[in-house]
Design a protein around this ligand. Structure first.
Ligand code: BGC
Length: 257
């Protein structure tokens, strides 16, 4: 298959819906074969698989909870065993839960940090170990958030997970550079995905948010997927250790009323 990712194999964590699903489909369009990871939604993963196959690419679905270290290793092993290699990793799986800081429970803290940060950490470790052993180069793309930089009151757990991801990327760019492995973050703003379900159903809150977005709309998962495809392809070979904001101008928009 021809395309910018022709001959490549990619794992996209959390690709049974939202941004992850869109990235999987876009990568397939560019010629990659896909490992569709999911935790709770086998139907969504099957949908992604069908969409990938409709682009003429191969896809396998794997149920792996990235917050579980042995699952992360299994996920990478499945890519190599069933699809022959693994060149691209997208750490997309992420969750959020709003709460005033003083009400955050240990359970919620662990759930969010374990998926968003520990999950990305150990999945990346498993991915890198196989590449290092095979002496192959690779690409890592983390789906972070504008909140790796910008405060998000009442979402302290989410913010610290994404802030951690920010430093993870900067640190690993240095450590993995000599192995020929690049790592970058994509920091989406408000994107129309299931994570924003309650926002999308709350018109006053949504209108207030839209006023802060210079481009006047929420982003689409496809907007993010296009950037991910660029970061995964050969043209981005010299790009590493950076964060790419994709937020319609939200982050830089401050004006006095
Ligand atoms: C969060 C959304 C939020 C958006 C913009 C995203 O990272 O997942 O809940 O609306 O940032 O603030």
């Amino acid at each position: 298959m021809s395309g910018r990712l022709s001959g490549k194999v990619a794992i996209v964590s959390g690709s049974s819906s939202g941004i992850g699903q869109s990235i999987a489909v876009r990568f397939a369009e560019e010629g990659a074969n896909l490992v569709v990871d999911y935790r709770n939604h086998p139907e969504g993963a099957e949908d992604t698989k069908k969409l990938v196959e409709a682009k003429g690419a191969k896809a396998i679905t794997v149920k792996a909870d990235v917050s579980n270290v042995s699952d992360t290793k299994m996920l990478v092993d499945q890519a190599w065993e069933q699809l022959g290699s693994c060149d691209i990793l997208v750490n997309n799986a992420g969750i959020e839960k709003g709460a005033d800081f003083w009400d955050v429970t240990e359970e919620d803290y662990d759930a969010i940090l374990n998926v968003n940060l520990k999950g990305a950490f150990f999945l990346t470790q498993a991915f890198v170990r196989r590449l290092r052993d095979a002496k192959r180069s690779g690409r890592i793309i983390n789906i972070s958030s504008v909140h790796e930089d910008m405060a998000f009151p009442h979402f302290s757990t989410y913010c610290i997970s994404k802030g951690g991801m920010r430093m993870f990327t900067r640190d690993l760019a240095v450590e993995l550079g000599p192995l020929g492995i690049t790592i970058n973050n994509i920091a989406p703003g408000a994107i129309m995905t299931p994570i924003n379900k309650s926002l999308l159903e709350d018109k006053p809150k949504l209108d207030a948010l839209l006023k802060n977005i210079p481009l006047g709309r929420m982003g689409k998962p496809e907007d993010v997927a296009g950037l991910a495809a660029f970061l995964a392809c050969d043209e981005a070979a010299y790009v590493t250790g950076s964060t790419y904001f994709i937020d319609g101008g939200l982050t830089i928009n401050y004006h006095e009323q």
